[in-house]
Design a protein around this ligand. Structure first.
Ligand code: PEP
Ligand code: MG
Length: 582
């Protein structure tokens, strides 16, 4: 049994068969060959190996010509490895003796060698393991050829283990077949993590390099509550999982009864809980849980699937679908937040030179530089707004000028629509995300100009603590409970209050029941969260009074370490709603 720990990003405990995605996210299922086909399969492997060796030789000559022998030596090392009788012998023996398919045998053998190298405790040798992965990639590419299976074509339930999944890939996962997934990279609020929550697929990210020795087909327990992945579990571990699944089911069933109950504190203070969505289909997840509307619609996901630029009609249709499902309830449409880890494949070149995409051309910055693209979306938002209760929100605003420019473009679009005689909604609230420290520092000035704020704690934490939200190596520093974050929330609330502007928190912090007493105590009455977390949030709201929340917030604000704040809040949650502490 092997136990790997990472970051829990989407709850639920599942058991299933591992499907390991290779470095190019090839699927490597554990397939067997029939006895009669063994010889043919060995020949197929040898042919693939010959092609790979010829390829490497050609690379070697090319590089020697262009860059000199020194660089070409990299390829002679690859060639040596590809021809190593030990490696070749082991692959062939797995095909012959264990009747494994050549793809599975290659992957299993090479990953075994790579793992041994990584474990020798020598940095140089550990890095050579990358050469082995490169060889694996070449061989699999050759073997799988056109028949490479796509993640979208799964036919059996699996738990996906991968080095990384992009938000685009994650978006295409089918929850019917993907029981859960775990990745070596990723952080608490990476967009892949957020999507896992949206799709309600249990997930663990940030496992660190650990999949070299796993080749697929193993039984895996994925614990999205505690951030653990167990490979080949033993009997007592299985039992623990069964208990924990039964307990989760009991709590979820009990919480279902809250779906149609209004969310108000014990002393009758109404707290609006909205849903965060990425796709129009998710609006059903919100309605089912009795959400008060959509507090954050991440429209950029319209760009991440598909291979063409969405048209104005594509936008319009998607928005109308959400509005229709919401009736009179508010829907906050956030304009495009493309960039950083959300880059559509077809425009990836435009971002290729960015050394630091989280600080680069992202979000409103991109929209302001690409006015035609921005206007297509704004036209659709204004037209769709006729059919519902729409609020428009600009992301990643870092200066007043940006907000004014974005609003000006919105006004221009209104004039265009008017000139063209197209029906649209002129009076809709215009707000902004509060997710950049510079905006928080100028909250007073912004509060005079905006209609509402929505605090995006995912980015606010990242930019305040200088801590990449997707990087597992700094995940321990990425803390919602950091006193600086509490103080920033207070600053936004104070400025908004002075100018009578409403505030919502829509970052992942508001999907975490631990932080609800704190947020209520600080003065928040609007939360926007991952739909599946809504029942838990309601449970906290209904079990606390505002004076009690104020007392908790006041104490949390006296603590000067994130660790102490989070520990204290967990203790309070355990007291208020013991069932919710897993
Ligand atoms: C945030 O930053 O908190 C937020 C809600 O936006 P996103 O996660 O899409 O960056
Ligand atoms: Mg953000």
């Amino acid at each position: 049994m092997q136990v790997r720990s990472g970051i829990a990003v989407s709850p639920g405990v599942v058991v299933g068969q591992a499907l390991v995605l290779g470095s190019e996210n090839f699927r490597i299922p554990k397939k067997f060959v029939v006895r009669d086909a063994v010889e043919a399969e060995i020949i197929r492997f040898r042919t693939a190996l010959d092609h790979v060796c010829t390829d490497i030789e050609e690379n070697e000559v090319l590089v020697a010509d262009k860059m000199g022998e020194r660089y070409a030596a990299i390829f002679s090392a690859h060639l040596q490895m590809a021809r190593d009788p030990k490696i070749v012998g082991e692959v062939e023996s797995l095909i012959k003796e264990s009747k494994y398919s050549p793809e599975y045998a290659v992957s299993r053998t090479l990953r075994g060698f790579a793992e041994q190298m990584q474990n020798l405790g020598d940095q140089y040798l550990a890095e050579r393991a990358l050469d082995i992965f490169d060889l694996e990639k070449r061989l699999l590419r050759e073997l799988l050829g056109e028949s490479r299976e796509e993640l979208t074509n799964l036919t059996q339930p699996v738990i996906i283990l991968a080095h990384d999944l992009t938000p685009g890939e994650t978006a295409t996962l089918d929850p019917k077949y993907v029981l859960g997934f775990a990745t070596e990279v990723g952080g608490h609020t990476s967009h892949t993590a957020i999507l896992a929550g949206a799709l309600e697929i249990p997930a663990v990210v940030g496992l660190g390099r650990c999949l070299a020795g796993v080749s697929g087909g193993e039984t895996v327990i994925l614990d999205g509550d505690h951030g653990q992945v167990v490979i080949d579990p033993d009997a007592p571990t299985f039992q623990r999982v069964k208990d924990s699944q039964a307990r989760n089911l009991r709590v979820s069933e009990r919480l279902e009864s809250l779906d149609n109950v209004v969310s108000a504190t014990q002393d009758g203070q109404r707290v609006h809980i909205y849903g965060n969505i990425e796709f129009p289909e998710e609006v059903e997840h919100c309605s089912k849980r009795g959400a008060d509307g959509v507090g954050l619609y991440r429209t950029e996901f319209l760009y991440l699937g598909g291979n063409r630029e969405p048209s104005e009609e594509d936008h319009f249709e998607a928005y109308c679908k959400v509005l229709k499902a919401c009736g009179d309830l508010p829907v906050v449409i956030r304009t495009l937040d493309i960039g950083a880890d959300k880059v559509p494949a077809r425009i990836r070149d435009r971002f290729a030179d960015s050394q630091n995409p989280m600080l680069g051309l992202r979000s409103i910055r991109l929209s302001l530089q690409s006015t035609p693209l921005f206007k297509v979306q704004l036209r659709a938002v204004l037209r769709a707004a006729v059919h519902g209760n729409v609020r428009v929100m600009f992301p990643l605003v870092s200066s007043l000028l940006e907000f004014r420019q974005a609003r000006m473009i919105l006004m221009d679009v209104m004039e265009d629509l008017e000139d063209e005689g197209i029906e649209f909604q002129r009076d809709l609230p215009i707000g902004m995300m509060m997710e950049v420290p510079s905006a928080v520092m100028l909250a007073e000035e912004f509060a005079r100009e905006v209609d509402f704020f929505s605090i995006g704690t995912n980015d606010l934490i990242q930019y305040t603590l200088a801590c990449d939200r997707s990087d597992p190596s700094v995940a321990h520093l990425y803390r919602s409970g950091d006193p600086s974050i509490l103080r920033m929330i207070q600053m936004v609330l104070k400025a908004a209050d002075k100018h009578g502007k409403p505030v919502t928190v829509c970052g992942q912090m508001s999907s975490d029941p631990r932080f609800i007493p704190l947020l209520l105590g600080l003065g928040l009455r609007n939360l926007s969260a991952t739909p599946h977390s809504i029942p838990r949030l309601k449970e906290v709201v209904r079990n606390i009074s505002i004076p009690e929340a104020k007392r908790i917030a006041a104490h949390a604000c006296t603590l000067d370490l994130a660790r102490d704040v989070e520990h204290y809040l967990l203790g309070e949650l355990g007291r208020i709603c013991p069932d919710l502490v897993v």
